[in-house]
Design a protein around this ligand. Structure first.
Ligand SMILES: NC(=O)c1ccc[n+]([C@@H]2O[C@H](COP(=O)([O-])OP(=O)(O)OC[C@H]3O[C@@H](n4cnc5c(N)ncnc54)[C@H](O)[C@@H]3O)[C@@H](O)[C@H]2O)c1
Length: 309
């Protein structure tokens, strides 16, 4: 019985940190791929040398050759350009489309049975590219956004109430961008509806901060974008798949009629297990929430249409 194998494409901030989280959790052997000769090898060796200190027993290999990725169970795609201050996610569209398409082709040639988790932005559109290029069934191609957006909302709620993040449940729907739809009606703190603990104006402020949370980090960092929480979120999804946990997590999934949307990738709650996305869960929405979903869906559909796939 061999170990599970995880490939992370792109050994930059998100990719290398994903390898770090995944190694520490001993999810399997890890292959870190990049186009810059020496960089993935160096980061992988550095992580290997942390093993005796941290006590994790997996192998981390750095490479520029896709042959080393053969037989991967899960592939996390982080290759691409990050956002710079003032740059929208959609500015990245064309460049990252080429990168994600070429990477997907190379990955699927080596690992025809893998589950793909896309992280590269613009996320919903890049997930669409990965599905189109791979020809994989929809359950085996997904994007990471909702876990991160939800984590950010949970943190802002926890900071506001001065309570543990562990006790907060929340759900964010929609495209990964300013049009995301945090469903504060579904948020609870230790089982208590958030609406009973905070006034509507305060919740609205936290929702607004969640929508702009990626940009808040970009503005602070000045170069590059968030990477600790994005990589942790992608690894949480990988863990759910590799361990067949059947977790209910908000993920960017291919929709065929759910929430009134078709032929697009969109953030919705799903069941994640060894088959990838095993089910899309449809929650009931108010008219106002459905309207926000429609607007977010329109923004994503326009971005996908501009790709001319
Ligand atoms: N979905 C999300 O919530 C979310 C969050 C954060 C970042 N992101 C996105 O993730 C991506 C990576 O961000 P980052 O901060 O790690 O950027 P980064 O610049 O630190 O790393 C990107 C890496 O990709 C590599 N790369 C470029 N082209 C490649 C190719 N063809 N094959 C293999 N590797 C290639 C680069 O050499 C670089 O090392 C960006 O698109 C960013 O916008 C998404």
């Amino acid at each position: 019985m061999g170990r599970k194998k995880i490939t992370v494409v792109g050994a930059g901030n998100v990719g290398a940190t994903a390898a770090h989280w995944a190694a520490q959790k001993e999810l399997g052997d890890i292959v870190l791929v990049d186009i810059i000769e020496g960089m993935p090898q160096g980061k992988a060796l550095d992580l290997m040398e942390a093993r005796p200190v941290e006590g994790f027993d997996v192998t981390i290999t750095g490479t520029t050759s896709y042959g080393d990725t053969a037989g991967s169970d899960v592939v996390i795609i982080t290759s691409g350009l990050p956002r710079k201050p003032g740059m929208s996610r959609d500015d990245l569209l064309q460049k990252n489309k080429e990168i994600v398409a070429s990477v997907t082709k190379a990955i699927t040639a080596q690992s025809p049975d893998c589950v793909i988790i896309v992280v590269s932005n613009p996320l919903d559109t890049m997930s669409y590219v990965a599905k189109a290029v791979s020809g994989f069934p929809k359950n085996r191609v997904m994007g990471m956004a909702g876990v991160l957006d939800t984590a950010r909302f949970k943190v802002f709620v926890a900071m506001e109430l001065n309570v543990s993040v562990e006790d907060i449940q929340a759900l964010v729907l929609g495209g990964h961008g300013d049009s995301m739809v945090p469903l504060s009606r579904y948020a609870t703190v230790g089982g208590i509806p958030l609406e009973q603990l905070l006034p509507p104006e305060k919740i609205e402020q936290l929702v607004a901060r969640t929508r702009k949370a990626g940009g808040e980090i970009v503005a602070l960092l000045k170069t590059g974008s968030a990477f600790y929480s994005p990589s942790a979120s992608a690894v949480q999804m990988a863990e759910a798949i590799l361990k067949d946990k059947k977790r209910i997590l908000p993920c960017c999934a291919y929709l065929e009629g759910e929430y009134g949307l078709s032929d697009i990738y969109f953030g919705v709650p799903v069941k994640l297990g060894s088959e990838g996305i095993e089910q899309v869960l449809e929650v009931s929405l108010t008219e106002a929430e459905q309207e926000l979903v429609n607007q977010s869906g329109k923004a994503v559909a326009e971005s996908i249409a501009s790709l001319k796939i």
